[in-house]
Design a protein around this ligand. Structure first.
Ligand SMILES: Nc1ncnc2c1ncn2[C@@H]1O[C@H](COP(=O)(O)OP(=O)(O)O)[C@@H](O)[C@H]1O
Ligand SMILES: [Mg+2]
Length: 301
């Protein structure tokens, strides 16, 4: 399929969950496309329906109404033609890194021996050369997530779906993974749908960023990121980059997902160190001024 054609089509997608407390409307009329070869990110606050969207696209859940199509075909069952990476790597504890990658081909009834080379190459491409025989408990969180990415790519799917894949990693590992994902996806010519709540990661990786509203999830805005590729980490200090992150942040501000401080004057001093004698049972917080009974000290919604 030539680049630029619609690959993923989401139209008027609605998903409602029945719960004991009543209906939860997770997604409310979502429509967008992902073009072949595109790297598209979806950014939104927790609970806005991002994971629900991923499940619907993968065919692991049915929509309440609306449609998802992949390559022109309506998704009505679990899809095998894509790779998925979730927030937690979920590796089998008793299988080596290599065998965890090969699990994917075994589950598809393919001959794992034919994929060994590719699995080794993939592991090397994410810096895991020499770790192929290690068990998951011998790997760091970032390494496990790399194994999970290789597992998602072993059958060379055209579409990669990533649902907060770096969510459990420390900041430096996230930076490295962001760079690695950029390289892997560009080399493999993948179409990528990347779900995150990191504005910076979304802008860094994407050609387009979709911003979602708080629940029920709707599209709040779509931003084209026109920065040359490949992108180095230093692009994040570029004024153009800051312009994109600001535009997206402003959308979250508009919905109250983010609230900046109101008074930019220096914060009032806290009044020095409290005497331990001032709080006899040691339970009063020196940081919180006493609130008048029934007064404004109560946390607002
Ligand atoms: N299986 C389910 N049953 C009931 N409610 C659900 C279910 N899955 C998700 N939800 C609700 O739908 C909303 C969206 O969830 P989710 O897609 O996980 O959001 P996100 O990934 O953006 O944090 C949340 O309010 C969540 O509690
Ligand atoms: Mg989620």
């Amino acid at each position: 399929m030539p680049n630029g054609q619609k690959f993923v089509e989401v139209s008027d997608l609605v998903r409602v969950f029945a719960t004991p407390e009543g209906e939860v409307r997770a997604l409310d009329g979502l429509s967008f496309d992902v073009r072949h070869g595109e790297f598209l990110s979806i950014v939104g606050p927790s609970g806005c329906g991002k994971s629900t969207l991923a499940m619907l696209i993968a065919g692991l859940m049915r929509p309440s109404s609306g449609l998802v199509a992949l390559g022109g075909r309506t998704v009505d069952r679990p899809q095998t033609n894509l790779g998925i990476v979730f927030q937690n790597a979920v590796l089998l504890a008793w299988r080596s890194a290599l065998d965890n990658v090969l699990l994917q081909v075994e589950m598809r009834g393919l001959d794992a021996r034919q994929y060994r080379h590719r699995a080794m190459d993939l592991l090397a491409s994410v810096g895991l050369e020499g770790f192929e025989r290690r068990l998951p408990h011998e790997l760091s969180g970032g390494m496990k997530q790399r194994v999970a990415i290789c597992r998602a790519l072993i059958h060379d799917p055209p579409l990669l779906l990533m649902d907060e894949p770096f969510g459990a990693l420390d900041a430096l590992s996230r930076d490295q993974m962001t760079l690695d994902i950029q390289g892997i996806c560009a080399r493999g010519g993948k179409t990528v749908l990347f779900i995150t709540h990191s504005i910076t990661e979304a802008v860094f990786l994407s050609g387009r960023v979709i911003v979602m509203t708080p629940r029920p999830g709707r599209i709040d805005g779509i931003f084209d990121v026109e920065l040359p590729r490949p992108r180095r980490l230093a692009v994040r200090e570029d004024p153009a980059f800051a312009g994109y992150t600001r535009q997206i942040r402003d959308r979250f501000m508009a919905h109250g997902v983010l609230r900046d401080i109101e008074d930019p004057s220096p914060l009032a001093p806290l009044g020095g160190f409290p005497s331990p004698l001032a709080s006899p049972r040691g339970c009063g917080s020196p940081l919180a001024p006493p609130s008048p009974p029934g007064g404004e000290g109560a946390a607002g919604a």
